[in-house]
Design a protein around this ligand. Structure first.
Ligand code: GLN
Length: 278
C-alpha cells in the first residue's frame, strides 16, 4: 500500500466516528504510523509504505471505541505547539485557543507574570509563554497532569518561562498565598455533574476531575470571583473559559460581586469565555 492508500483507508474507517474530522485525523494517524511530519508525508504520498496495517487497525479500533485521537497518538496540536497528552489531562481543544488569543491581546509586548489555574496538559500556560514576554505559573491538583505539563514545558523549550506546581485552587492554602499577578487565566472544570452522563464517548475517556464543575457547574467560578481579584496587580485581568450556556450565570455572579464582566465567543460562534477587569 502507498502512504496515500493508508491515509485514505484510515479516513474511510474513521468516517463514522470522526465525521468532518476524519480526513484530518487520518492524516495525523498516518504521520504517526510512519514517523513523518505533514510535509514529509505529502512528499511521500505516492510511494510504497512499509507494512503497518496491524498498527493502523489498532488505531482505528481504539478510535472507533470512542477514545480521542490525542490519547491514542499521545500528542495534540494547540496554538502552534505540539503537546504530549495522556488520559491524565483533558485533550487540548481548538475552541480553547481563543482564551490564549484574549490573554495575548491583554498582555501585548510587556513582561508580566501570569497564573494559569487548572492547567492540565499546560496548554494555555505554554501557549501564552511561547507567544509573549510573560512568565507563567501553572497550577493543578493532579500530580499526573503536572507530570505531563512539565514534560510539555521541556518539549517546547519553555521550562525557563513556565513553572508548574501542585495546588488545589479551591483550598484555603491557595486563598492564603500572597503572590499577585498581571493576568490570571483558567479553563476549570465547568460541566454540571448531572450533564456528564450525556456527553460523548470521547469526553467519557477524559478525567472527571477536569470536567465536573459540581452540581451547577459553577463551583470554580464562584470561588474564583471571590478570591482572584485580591490576587491581581493594579490593572490586572482574569480570563476564564466558560460553557456555551453559562453566560447569564457568570454575569449574575460578577454582578453580585460588583465586577465588570465581558463575555466573548469562539470561532464556532459559541459563548466561550469571560474577561473580568476589577
Ligand atoms: N469544553 C469541555 C467540553 O465541552 C469542558 C472543559 C471543561 O470542563 N473545562 O467537554
Amino acid at each position: 500500500m502507498t502512504y496515500f492508500q493508508y491515509k485514505k483507508y484510515i479516513a474511510a474507517a474513521l468516517a463514522e466516528v470522526s465525521g468532518e474530522y476524519a480526513a484530518y485525523e487520518a492524516e495525523k494517524a498516518t504521520c504517526h504510523l510512519f514517523g513523518l511530519d505533514r510535509r514529509a508525508l505529502s512528499l511521500a504520498m505516492r510511494e510504497e509504505a512499509p507494512d503497518k496495517i496491524k498498527e493502523a487497525e489498532n488505531i482505528i479500533a481504539r478510535r472507533k471505541s470512542g477514545e480521542p485521537l490525542a490519547y491514542i497518538l499521545g500528542n495534540a496540536d494547540f496554538f502552534g505547539l505540539n503537546l504530549y497528552v495522556t488520559a491524565a489531562c483533558l485533550t487540548p481543544r481548538a475552541d480553547t485557543e481563543v482564551i490564549v488569543e484574549r490573554a495575548l491581546d491583554f498582555l501585548g509586548g510587556r513582561s508580566a507574570n501570569v497564573l494559569d489555574i487548572c492547567t492540565g496538559s499546560g496548554c494555555i500556560a505554554l501557549a501564552i509563554a511561547e507567544n509573549s514576554r510573560a512568565d507563567v505559573l501553572g497550577l493543578d491538583i493532579s500530580p499526573d497532569a503536572l507530570d505531563i505539563a512539565r514534560k510539555n514545558a521541556e518539549k517546547c523549550g519553555l521550562a525557563g518561562k513556565v513553572r508548574f506546581e501542585m495546588c488545589d485552587a479551591l483550598s484555603a492554602e491557595f486563598e492564603g498565598r500572597a503572590e499577585k499577578y498581571d493576568l490570571i487565566v483558567s479553563n476549570p472544570p465547568y460541566i454540571p455533574t448531572g450533564d456528564i452522563a450525556a456527553l460523548s464517548a470521547e469526553v467519557h475517556c477524559e478525567p472527571m476531575l477536569a470536567l465536573d464543575g459540581g452540581e451547577d457547574g459553577l463551583i470554580f467560578y464562584r470561588r474564583f470571583i471571590e478570591i482572584l481579584p485580591h490576587k491581581l496587580k493594579e490593572g490586572g485581568a482574569i480570563i476564564f473559559e466558560i460553557g456555551y450556556d453559562q453566560e447569564n450565570a457568570l454575569r449574575a455572579l460578577c454582578a453580585c460581586a460588583g465586577l465588570p464582566c465581558e463575555i466573548f465567543r469562539d470561532y464556532g460562534g459559541n459563548v466561550r469565555g469571560a474577561v473580568i477587569k476589577p
